[in-house]
Design a protein. Sequence first.
Length: 534
Amino acid sequence: MKKFIKCILAFAMVLNIIPFRTVRAEDAEKTVKVEVKISSDLKDGNNSVTTVSGEVYDDYSFHAILPDQEVYAENATVYLRMKDISSLNIVGEREMTYTINTGLETRIGLYQALKTIAGGDANEHLFHFEQVKLAVAVNAHEETANTVYTVKGSGYTPQVGATYDGTPDSVSSAKNVWKLLTDQLTADTKENPDSYVIIAKDSYLQLGNQKLVFQENEDLKLDNFSDPVALVQKIRKYLTVENAEDNAVVLVLRAGTRLDVGQSYAVLDTDAFITIGGIDVGDLDILSTLRDVDSNNMAEMIRTALAMMNTLVGLADDAGELSVEIDFAHEYKTEWNWSEDKKSAFVYLECEKCDHSKFLEAVVDEEVTDPTCTEDGNIVYVATAVDPDTGKKYTDTHPDKVVIPANGHTPKEAVKENETVNDCEIDGGYDTVVYCNVCGAEISREHVVIPATGHDWSKVEYSWSEDNKSVTASIKCENNHDHDITETVSATYAVTLEPTCTETGKGLWTSAEFESEHFEVQTKEVTIPADDHD
Protein backbone atom coordinates (compact mmCIF):
# COMPACT_ATOMS: atom_id res chain seq x y z
CA MET A 1 0.00 0.00 0.00
CA LYS A 2 2.78 2.44 0.92
CA LYS A 3 4.57 1.89 -2.38
CA PHE A 4 1.29 2.22 -4.22
CA ILE A 5 0.57 5.59 -2.64
CA LYS A 6 4.01 6.97 -3.53
CA CYS A 7 3.08 7.23 -7.18
CA ILE A 8 0.97 10.34 -6.73
CA LEU A 9 3.88 12.68 -5.91
CA ALA A 10 4.26 14.02 -9.41
CA PHE A 11 0.57 14.89 -9.57
CA ALA A 12 0.41 16.45 -6.13
CA MET A 13 3.32 18.79 -6.80
CA VAL A 14 1.80 20.28 -9.92
CA LEU A 15 -1.51 21.04 -8.25
CA ASN A 16 0.27 23.94 -6.53
CA ILE A 17 1.06 25.64 -9.85
CA ILE A 18 -2.51 26.54 -10.99
CA PRO A 19 -2.38 24.94 -14.45
CA PHE A 20 -5.05 26.63 -16.56
CA ARG A 21 -6.12 26.97 -20.17
CA THR A 22 -8.69 29.37 -21.53
CA VAL A 23 -11.93 28.59 -23.28
CA ARG A 24 -10.95 27.34 -26.68
CA ALA A 25 -10.90 29.50 -29.80
CA GLU A 26 -13.25 27.19 -31.62
CA ASP A 27 -16.09 28.30 -29.33
CA ALA A 28 -18.81 29.38 -31.77
CA GLU A 29 -19.68 32.45 -29.68
CA LYS A 30 -16.15 33.85 -29.96
CA THR A 31 -15.64 36.35 -32.76
CA VAL A 32 -11.99 37.11 -31.96
CA LYS A 33 -9.20 34.59 -31.98
CA VAL A 34 -8.21 33.67 -28.39
CA GLU A 35 -4.45 33.68 -27.74
CA VAL A 36 -2.65 31.54 -25.18
CA LYS A 37 -1.07 33.78 -22.52
CA ILE A 38 -0.01 31.20 -19.92
CA SER A 39 0.43 27.46 -20.39
CA SER A 40 1.67 24.76 -18.09
CA ASP A 41 2.49 21.06 -18.41
CA LEU A 42 3.79 18.35 -16.13
CA LYS A 43 5.45 15.39 -17.81
CA ASP A 44 6.43 12.13 -16.22
CA GLY A 45 9.85 10.50 -15.87
CA ASN A 46 9.89 9.47 -19.53
CA ASN A 47 9.21 13.10 -20.50
CA SER A 48 6.58 11.79 -22.89
CA VAL A 49 3.25 11.60 -21.07
CA THR A 50 1.57 14.87 -20.14
CA THR A 51 0.05 14.17 -16.76
CA VAL A 52 -1.48 17.58 -16.03
CA SER A 53 -1.74 20.54 -18.39
CA GLY A 54 -3.49 23.85 -18.73
CA GLU A 55 -3.62 27.17 -20.50
CA VAL A 56 -4.79 30.72 -19.79
CA TYR A 57 -5.95 32.83 -22.72
CA ASP A 58 -6.23 36.53 -23.25
CA ASP A 59 -9.98 36.52 -22.59
CA TYR A 60 -9.17 35.45 -18.99
CA SER A 61 -10.98 32.12 -19.29
CA PHE A 62 -9.13 28.87 -18.62
CA HIS A 63 -9.12 25.17 -19.27
CA ALA A 64 -7.34 22.47 -17.26
CA ILE A 65 -6.87 18.76 -17.88
CA LEU A 66 -6.63 16.16 -15.13
CA PRO A 67 -5.92 12.96 -17.08
CA ASP A 68 -6.38 9.34 -16.13
CA GLN A 69 -3.03 8.03 -17.39
CA GLU A 70 -0.43 5.79 -15.90
CA VAL A 71 2.87 7.62 -15.47
CA TYR A 72 6.39 6.98 -14.27
CA ALA A 73 6.54 8.81 -10.94
CA GLU A 74 10.30 8.59 -10.27
CA ASN A 75 10.67 12.15 -11.49
CA ALA A 76 8.62 14.74 -13.30
CA THR A 77 9.34 17.91 -15.25
CA VAL A 78 7.25 21.07 -14.96
CA TYR A 79 6.97 23.44 -17.92
CA LEU A 80 5.55 26.94 -17.50
CA ARG A 81 5.30 29.38 -20.41
CA MET A 82 4.14 33.01 -20.45
CA LYS A 83 3.74 35.21 -23.50
CA ASP A 84 3.31 38.98 -23.92
CA ILE A 85 1.86 39.85 -20.52
CA SER A 86 2.40 43.59 -20.24
CA SER A 87 1.18 43.82 -16.65
CA LEU A 88 4.11 41.57 -15.66
CA ASN A 89 6.57 43.24 -18.06
CA ILE A 90 6.83 40.05 -20.09
CA VAL A 91 7.58 40.73 -23.75
CA GLY A 92 7.69 37.77 -26.10
CA GLU A 93 7.64 34.27 -24.71
CA ARG A 94 9.23 33.18 -21.43
CA GLU A 95 9.64 29.55 -20.42
CA MET A 96 10.67 27.95 -17.17
CA THR A 97 11.29 24.27 -16.51
CA TYR A 98 12.40 22.36 -13.46
CA THR A 99 12.56 18.70 -12.57
CA ILE A 100 11.15 17.14 -9.42
CA ASN A 101 13.21 14.13 -8.35
CA THR A 102 10.86 12.00 -6.28
CA GLY A 103 12.94 8.85 -5.96
CA LEU A 104 9.73 6.82 -6.33
CA GLU A 105 9.80 3.67 -8.45
CA THR A 106 6.26 2.98 -9.57
CA ARG A 107 3.66 3.84 -12.18
CA ILE A 108 -0.05 4.36 -11.67
CA GLY A 109 -2.93 6.57 -12.71
CA LEU A 110 -4.01 9.54 -10.60
CA TYR A 111 -7.66 8.47 -10.67
CA GLN A 112 -6.85 5.04 -9.29
CA ALA A 113 -4.64 6.57 -6.60
CA LEU A 114 -7.36 9.02 -5.60
CA LYS A 115 -9.96 6.28 -5.57
CA THR A 116 -7.82 4.29 -3.16
CA ILE A 117 -7.39 7.30 -0.89
CA ALA A 118 -11.00 8.50 -1.02
CA GLY A 119 -12.47 5.04 -0.58
CA GLY A 120 -15.18 5.07 -3.24
CA ASP A 121 -16.18 6.45 -6.64
CA ALA A 122 -18.53 9.03 -5.14
CA ASN A 123 -15.70 10.68 -3.24
CA GLU A 124 -13.16 11.38 -6.01
CA HIS A 125 -14.14 15.05 -6.07
CA LEU A 126 -11.18 16.07 -8.21
CA PHE A 127 -12.60 13.97 -11.06
CA HIS A 128 -16.33 14.27 -10.33
CA PHE A 129 -16.40 18.02 -9.76
CA GLU A 130 -19.49 19.62 -11.33
CA GLN A 131 -19.71 23.40 -11.00
CA VAL A 132 -19.00 26.36 -8.75
CA LYS A 133 -19.44 30.08 -9.19
CA LEU A 134 -16.59 32.22 -7.86
CA ALA A 135 -17.51 35.83 -7.06
CA VAL A 136 -14.12 37.56 -7.10
CA ALA A 137 -13.68 41.03 -5.59
CA VAL A 138 -10.41 42.94 -5.38
CA ASN A 139 -10.13 45.99 -3.14
CA ALA A 140 -7.08 48.23 -3.26
CA HIS A 141 -6.67 51.90 -2.37
CA GLU A 142 -10.35 52.85 -2.55
CA GLU A 143 -10.73 50.97 -5.85
CA THR A 144 -12.81 47.83 -6.33
CA ALA A 145 -12.97 45.38 -9.21
CA ASN A 146 -15.37 42.45 -9.45
CA THR A 147 -15.94 39.50 -11.69
CA VAL A 148 -17.72 36.16 -11.47
CA TYR A 149 -16.12 32.99 -12.74
CA THR A 150 -18.17 29.93 -13.57
CA VAL A 151 -16.00 26.86 -13.21
CA LYS A 152 -17.40 23.63 -14.67
CA GLY A 153 -16.07 20.10 -14.52
CA SER A 154 -16.60 17.60 -17.30
CA GLY A 155 -16.89 14.60 -15.01
CA TYR A 156 -14.77 11.48 -15.15
CA THR A 157 -14.24 9.50 -18.33
CA PRO A 158 -12.18 6.29 -17.98
CA GLN A 159 -8.77 6.43 -19.68
CA VAL A 160 -9.37 10.13 -20.35
CA GLY A 161 -9.81 11.81 -16.98
CA ALA A 162 -11.58 15.10 -16.35
CA THR A 163 -11.40 18.71 -17.48
CA TYR A 164 -12.13 22.06 -15.85
CA ASP A 165 -13.38 25.12 -17.69
CA GLY A 166 -13.61 28.58 -16.18
CA THR A 167 -15.24 31.58 -17.80
CA PRO A 168 -15.64 35.12 -16.41
CA ASP A 169 -18.95 36.90 -16.65
CA SER A 170 -17.23 39.37 -19.00
CA VAL A 171 -13.77 39.96 -20.38
CA SER A 172 -13.80 43.55 -19.20
CA SER A 173 -14.61 42.65 -15.59
CA ALA A 174 -11.90 39.99 -15.50
CA LYS A 175 -9.45 42.44 -17.06
CA ASN A 176 -10.24 45.03 -14.39
CA VAL A 177 -9.68 42.46 -11.66
CA TRP A 178 -6.36 41.40 -13.19
CA LYS A 179 -5.21 45.00 -13.60
CA LEU A 180 -6.03 45.94 -10.03
CA LEU A 181 -4.23 42.81 -8.83
CA THR A 182 -1.07 43.41 -10.84
CA ASP A 183 -1.02 47.11 -9.90
CA GLN A 184 -0.08 45.93 -6.41
CA LEU A 185 3.00 44.14 -7.72
CA THR A 186 6.42 45.20 -8.86
CA ALA A 187 7.05 43.01 -11.89
CA ASP A 188 10.04 42.97 -14.21
CA THR A 189 12.56 40.73 -15.92
CA LYS A 190 16.14 39.87 -15.03
CA GLU A 191 19.17 38.75 -16.97
CA ASN A 192 19.89 35.40 -15.31
CA PRO A 193 17.06 32.86 -15.12
CA ASP A 194 16.30 31.53 -11.66
CA SER A 195 13.12 30.15 -10.13
CA TYR A 196 12.16 30.39 -6.49
CA VAL A 197 9.48 31.59 -4.08
CA ILE A 198 9.96 33.93 -1.13
CA ILE A 199 7.23 33.96 1.52
CA ALA A 200 7.53 37.05 3.69
CA LYS A 201 7.61 36.48 7.44
CA ASP A 202 4.31 36.71 9.34
CA SER A 203 2.35 35.46 6.33
CA TYR A 204 -0.21 32.81 7.27
CA LEU A 205 -2.86 30.41 5.99
CA GLN A 206 -6.04 29.80 7.96
CA LEU A 207 -8.20 26.79 7.25
CA GLY A 208 -11.14 26.55 9.59
CA ASN A 209 -10.06 27.18 13.15
CA GLN A 210 -6.34 26.61 12.54
CA LYS A 211 -3.64 28.97 11.29
CA LEU A 212 -0.36 28.05 9.67
CA VAL A 213 1.97 30.96 10.48
CA PHE A 214 5.42 31.76 9.09
CA GLN A 215 7.01 33.04 12.28
CA GLU A 216 10.79 32.93 11.73
CA ASN A 217 12.73 36.21 11.92
CA GLU A 218 13.50 36.05 8.23
CA ASP A 219 11.63 35.45 5.01
CA LEU A 220 11.31 31.88 3.76
CA LYS A 221 13.01 31.20 0.42
CA LEU A 222 11.95 28.04 -1.39
CA ASP A 223 14.35 27.07 -4.16
CA ASN A 224 15.02 23.34 -3.78
CA PHE A 225 11.98 22.01 -5.67
CA SER A 226 13.95 19.02 -6.93
CA ASP A 227 14.17 17.58 -3.41
CA PRO A 228 10.64 17.38 -1.95
CA VAL A 229 11.76 15.98 1.41
CA ALA A 230 14.28 18.80 1.99
CA LEU A 231 11.70 21.32 0.80
CA VAL A 232 9.09 20.13 3.30
CA GLN A 233 11.62 20.07 6.13
CA LYS A 234 12.70 23.64 5.36
CA ILE A 235 9.09 24.83 5.33
CA ARG A 236 8.39 23.16 8.65
CA LYS A 237 11.28 24.98 10.28
CA TYR A 238 9.50 28.27 9.62
CA LEU A 239 5.95 27.22 10.48
CA THR A 240 3.80 26.95 13.56
CA VAL A 241 0.17 25.85 13.77
CA GLU A 242 -2.01 28.04 15.99
CA ASN A 243 -5.63 28.05 16.95
CA ALA A 244 -7.68 30.78 15.30
CA GLU A 245 -10.42 32.77 17.00
CA ASP A 246 -12.86 32.24 14.14
CA ASN A 247 -13.66 29.65 11.49
CA ALA A 248 -12.57 30.90 8.08
CA VAL A 249 -10.48 30.27 5.01
CA VAL A 250 -7.91 33.08 4.76
CA LEU A 251 -4.51 33.48 3.15
CA VAL A 252 -2.41 36.47 4.19
CA LEU A 253 0.68 37.28 2.15
CA ARG A 254 2.88 40.01 3.56
CA ALA A 255 4.62 42.64 1.47
CA GLY A 256 7.86 41.31 0.01
CA THR A 257 6.43 37.94 -0.96
CA ARG A 258 8.06 37.15 -4.29
CA LEU A 259 7.80 34.75 -7.21
CA ASP A 260 10.66 34.29 -9.68
CA VAL A 261 9.97 32.22 -12.79
CA GLY A 262 12.92 32.00 -15.13
CA GLN A 263 13.85 35.54 -16.11
CA SER A 264 10.64 37.09 -14.76
CA TYR A 265 9.76 38.07 -11.22
CA ALA A 266 6.92 39.69 -9.30
CA VAL A 267 7.11 41.18 -5.79
CA LEU A 268 4.10 42.00 -3.64
CA ASP A 269 4.24 45.71 -2.74
CA THR A 270 1.81 45.58 0.16
CA ASP A 271 0.05 43.03 2.37
CA ALA A 272 -2.66 40.95 0.66
CA PHE A 273 -5.61 39.42 2.52
CA ILE A 274 -7.41 36.70 0.57
CA THR A 275 -10.66 35.45 2.12
CA ILE A 276 -12.73 32.62 0.66
CA GLY A 277 -16.35 32.68 1.77
CA GLY A 278 -19.10 30.11 1.35
CA ILE A 279 -16.99 27.11 2.28
CA ASP A 280 -17.04 25.60 5.77
CA VAL A 281 -14.13 23.33 6.61
CA GLY A 282 -15.51 22.79 10.10
CA ASP A 283 -13.21 20.95 12.49
CA LEU A 284 -11.26 18.96 9.89
CA ASP A 285 -7.90 19.85 11.48
CA ILE A 286 -6.31 19.85 8.04
CA LEU A 287 -3.23 21.85 8.95
CA SER A 288 -2.35 19.97 12.12
CA THR A 289 -2.84 16.68 10.26
CA LEU A 290 -0.32 17.77 7.63
CA ARG A 291 2.05 18.99 10.32
CA ASP A 292 2.01 15.66 12.15
CA VAL A 293 2.96 13.56 9.11
CA ASP A 294 6.58 12.38 9.12
CA SER A 295 8.36 14.65 6.62
CA ASN A 296 10.65 11.74 5.65
CA ASN A 297 7.65 9.66 4.62
CA MET A 298 6.95 11.40 1.34
CA ALA A 299 4.31 8.88 0.27
CA GLU A 300 2.25 9.57 3.39
CA MET A 301 2.82 13.31 3.01
CA ILE A 302 1.47 13.23 -0.54
CA ARG A 303 -1.44 10.99 0.40
CA THR A 304 -2.47 13.42 3.13
CA ALA A 305 -2.07 16.48 0.90
CA LEU A 306 -4.02 14.92 -1.96
CA ALA A 307 -6.78 13.83 0.39
CA MET A 308 -6.95 17.38 1.75
CA MET A 309 -7.24 18.89 -1.75
CA ASN A 310 -9.84 16.32 -2.71
CA THR A 311 -11.89 17.24 0.39
CA LEU A 312 -11.65 20.98 -0.28
CA VAL A 313 -12.74 20.54 -3.91
CA GLY A 314 -15.68 18.48 -2.68
CA LEU A 315 -16.70 21.17 -0.21
CA ALA A 316 -16.52 23.81 -2.96
CA ASP A 317 -18.57 21.66 -5.30
CA ASP A 318 -21.21 21.12 -2.60
CA ALA A 319 -21.37 24.84 -1.85
CA GLY A 320 -21.92 25.77 -5.49
CA GLU A 321 -21.13 29.42 -4.89
CA LEU A 322 -18.01 30.87 -3.29
CA SER A 323 -16.71 34.36 -2.77
CA VAL A 324 -13.06 35.29 -3.12
CA GLU A 325 -12.26 38.68 -1.63
CA ILE A 326 -8.75 40.03 -2.04
CA ASP A 327 -7.99 43.08 0.06
CA PHE A 328 -4.71 44.92 -0.27
CA ALA A 329 -3.45 46.92 2.66
CA HIS A 330 -2.84 50.60 2.24
CA GLU A 331 0.72 51.83 1.93
CA TYR A 332 0.84 54.27 4.81
CA LYS A 333 3.19 57.01 5.71
CA THR A 334 3.15 57.62 9.43
CA GLU A 335 3.03 60.70 11.63
CA TRP A 336 3.46 60.14 15.35
CA ASN A 337 2.14 62.36 18.12
CA TRP A 338 3.27 62.08 21.75
CA SER A 339 1.92 63.50 24.98
CA GLU A 340 4.24 65.78 26.94
CA ASP A 341 4.75 63.22 29.69
CA LYS A 342 5.55 60.53 27.09
CA LYS A 343 2.94 58.25 28.63
CA SER A 344 0.66 58.10 25.59
CA ALA A 345 0.91 58.39 21.81
CA PHE A 346 -1.06 57.88 18.63
CA VAL A 347 -0.12 57.51 14.99
CA TYR A 348 -1.77 59.11 11.99
CA LEU A 349 -1.72 56.84 8.96
CA GLU A 350 -2.12 58.34 5.51
CA CYS A 351 -2.05 56.15 2.42
CA GLU A 352 0.45 57.23 -0.20
CA LYS A 353 -1.69 55.93 -3.05
CA CYS A 354 -5.16 57.15 -2.14
CA ASP A 355 -7.00 59.50 0.23
CA HIS A 356 -7.49 56.92 2.96
CA SER A 357 -6.27 57.83 6.43
CA LYS A 358 -6.92 56.90 10.06
CA PHE A 359 -5.65 57.28 13.61
CA LEU A 360 -4.40 54.44 15.80
CA GLU A 361 -3.89 54.69 19.54
CA ALA A 362 -0.60 53.22 20.70
CA VAL A 363 0.52 51.38 23.79
CA VAL A 364 3.65 52.95 25.31
CA ASP A 365 6.27 50.79 26.98
CA GLU A 366 9.25 51.95 29.01
CA GLU A 367 12.50 50.28 28.07
CA VAL A 368 14.90 50.85 30.94
CA THR A 369 18.66 50.57 30.67
CA ASP A 370 20.07 50.53 34.20
CA PRO A 371 23.03 52.81 34.97
CA THR A 372 26.40 51.38 35.87
CA CYS A 373 29.11 52.80 38.10
CA THR A 374 30.57 54.85 35.25
CA GLU A 375 27.87 55.09 32.56
CA ASP A 376 24.48 56.73 32.62
CA GLY A 377 21.38 54.64 32.15
CA ASN A 378 18.23 55.79 30.42
CA ILE A 379 14.52 55.28 29.93
CA VAL A 380 13.37 54.98 26.33
CA TYR A 381 9.68 55.28 25.49
CA VAL A 382 8.51 53.00 22.67
CA ALA A 383 5.01 53.26 21.24
CA THR A 384 3.37 50.33 19.44
CA ALA A 385 0.12 50.59 17.51
CA VAL A 386 -1.61 47.62 15.88
CA ASP A 387 -3.88 48.09 12.88
CA PRO A 388 -7.01 46.05 13.71
CA ASP A 389 -7.78 45.66 10.01
CA THR A 390 -4.46 44.11 9.00
CA GLY A 391 -2.70 43.12 12.20
CA LYS A 392 0.32 45.15 11.14
CA LYS A 393 2.37 46.79 13.88
CA TYR A 394 3.70 50.33 13.82
CA THR A 395 6.35 51.42 16.29
CA ASP A 396 8.04 54.67 17.21
CA THR A 397 10.68 55.65 19.75
CA HIS A 398 10.44 59.02 21.45
CA PRO A 399 13.55 61.05 20.56
CA ASP A 400 14.10 62.27 24.13
CA LYS A 401 15.52 59.80 26.59
CA VAL A 402 15.29 60.18 30.36
CA VAL A 403 18.85 59.98 31.65
CA ILE A 404 19.54 58.02 34.84
CA PRO A 405 22.89 59.26 36.23
CA ALA A 406 25.72 56.82 36.75
CA ASN A 407 25.85 55.39 40.25
CA GLY A 408 29.53 56.02 40.88
CA HIS A 409 31.83 53.46 42.43
CA THR A 410 31.33 51.89 45.84
CA PRO A 411 34.83 51.49 47.36
CA LYS A 412 35.91 48.33 49.12
CA GLU A 413 38.52 48.29 51.90
CA ALA A 414 42.00 49.06 50.60
CA VAL A 415 44.32 46.15 49.88
CA LYS A 416 48.10 45.88 49.49
CA GLU A 417 49.61 44.81 46.21
CA ASN A 418 53.09 44.51 44.72
CA GLU A 419 54.84 44.35 48.10
CA THR A 420 58.68 44.45 48.12
CA VAL A 421 61.00 44.14 51.18
CA ASN A 422 63.54 46.89 51.91
CA ASP A 423 67.10 46.10 52.97
CA CYS A 424 70.26 47.98 53.94
CA GLU A 425 70.68 49.53 50.52
CA ILE A 426 67.33 49.26 48.59
CA ASP A 427 63.97 50.81 49.38
CA GLY A 428 60.98 48.52 49.74
CA GLY A 429 57.28 49.36 49.52
CA TYR A 430 53.78 48.39 48.33
CA ASP A 431 50.70 49.71 46.46
CA THR A 432 47.60 50.64 48.41
CA VAL A 433 44.68 49.80 46.03
CA VAL A 434 40.96 50.47 46.37
CA TYR A 435 38.49 48.51 44.19
CA CYS A 436 34.78 49.04 43.54
CA ASN A 437 32.56 46.68 45.47
CA VAL A 438 30.00 46.62 42.61
CA CYS A 439 31.89 46.40 39.33
CA GLY A 440 35.37 45.50 40.52
CA ALA A 441 37.01 48.44 38.77
CA GLU A 442 40.15 49.99 40.30
CA ILE A 443 39.27 53.26 41.94
CA SER A 444 42.68 54.39 43.25
CA ARG A 445 46.27 53.21 43.63
CA GLU A 446 48.98 54.78 45.85
CA HIS A 447 52.56 53.60 46.21
CA VAL A 448 54.03 53.56 49.73
CA VAL A 449 57.88 53.60 50.07
CA ILE A 450 59.66 51.82 52.92
CA PRO A 451 63.18 53.40 53.03
CA ALA A 452 66.37 51.31 53.08
CA THR A 453 67.58 50.60 56.61
CA GLY A 454 71.30 51.27 56.03
CA HIS A 455 74.07 48.91 57.25
CA ASP A 456 74.70 48.10 60.92
CA TRP A 457 78.50 47.62 60.76
CA SER A 458 80.50 45.81 63.38
CA LYS A 459 84.06 46.80 64.41
CA VAL A 460 86.69 46.16 61.73
CA GLU A 461 88.99 43.29 62.46
CA TYR A 462 92.47 42.86 60.93
CA SER A 463 94.58 39.74 60.97
CA TRP A 464 98.14 39.24 59.74
CA SER A 465 99.44 36.16 58.16
CA GLU A 466 102.12 34.23 60.03
CA ASP A 467 104.85 35.54 57.75
CA ASN A 468 103.34 39.05 57.91
CA LYS A 469 103.31 39.26 54.16
CA SER A 470 99.52 39.88 53.97
CA VAL A 471 96.77 41.45 56.00
CA THR A 472 93.10 40.45 56.00
CA ALA A 473 90.45 42.98 57.02
CA SER A 474 86.83 42.07 57.75
CA ILE A 475 83.67 43.86 58.79
CA LYS A 476 80.18 42.46 59.41
CA CYS A 477 76.69 43.92 58.68
CA GLU A 478 74.47 42.93 61.55
CA ASN A 479 71.37 43.51 59.41
CA ASN A 480 72.37 41.21 56.59
CA HIS A 481 75.49 39.08 56.66
CA ASP A 482 75.32 38.86 52.88
CA HIS A 483 76.72 42.36 53.04
CA ASP A 484 79.80 41.31 55.14
CA ILE A 485 83.10 42.53 53.63
CA THR A 486 86.42 40.68 53.76
CA GLU A 487 89.53 41.90 51.92
CA THR A 488 93.17 40.70 51.93
CA VAL A 489 96.11 42.83 50.76
CA SER A 490 99.87 42.24 50.65
CA ALA A 491 102.38 43.89 52.96
CA THR A 492 105.87 45.26 52.43
CA TYR A 493 108.81 45.19 54.89
CA ALA A 494 111.35 47.84 55.78
CA VAL A 495 114.14 47.96 58.45
CA THR A 496 113.70 50.99 60.57
CA LEU A 497 116.63 50.32 63.09
CA GLU A 498 119.62 48.21 62.28
CA PRO A 499 120.61 45.78 65.04
CA THR A 500 124.11 45.78 66.66
CA CYS A 501 126.16 43.08 68.33
CA THR A 502 124.56 43.95 71.56
CA GLU A 503 121.33 45.77 70.62
CA THR A 504 118.23 44.53 68.71
CA GLY A 505 116.97 46.36 65.67
CA LYS A 506 113.44 47.11 64.39
CA GLY A 507 111.50 46.34 61.18
CA LEU A 508 108.14 47.61 59.93
CA TRP A 509 105.52 45.73 57.84
CA THR A 510 103.13 48.04 55.96
CA SER A 511 100.01 46.81 54.22
CA ALA A 512 98.87 47.96 50.82
CA GLU A 513 95.77 50.16 50.60
CA PHE A 514 92.42 48.40 50.87
CA GLU A 515 89.69 49.00 48.26
CA SER A 516 86.89 49.22 50.82
CA GLU A 517 86.47 52.55 52.46
CA HIS A 518 85.92 50.78 55.75
CA PHE A 519 89.52 49.60 55.95
CA GLU A 520 92.72 51.55 56.67
CA VAL A 521 96.37 50.85 55.89
CA GLN A 522 97.85 48.65 58.64
CA THR A 523 101.40 48.50 59.98
CA LYS A 524 103.18 46.01 62.18
CA GLU A 525 106.52 46.60 63.90
CA VAL A 526 108.80 43.63 64.47
CA THR A 527 112.10 43.21 66.44
CA ILE A 528 115.30 42.28 64.71
CA PRO A 529 117.54 40.20 66.96
CA ALA A 530 121.05 41.62 67.92
CA ASP A 531 124.00 40.35 65.93
CA ASP A 532 126.41 38.02 67.75
CA HIS A 533 130.10 39.02 68.15
CA ASP A 534 132.38 37.58 65.57
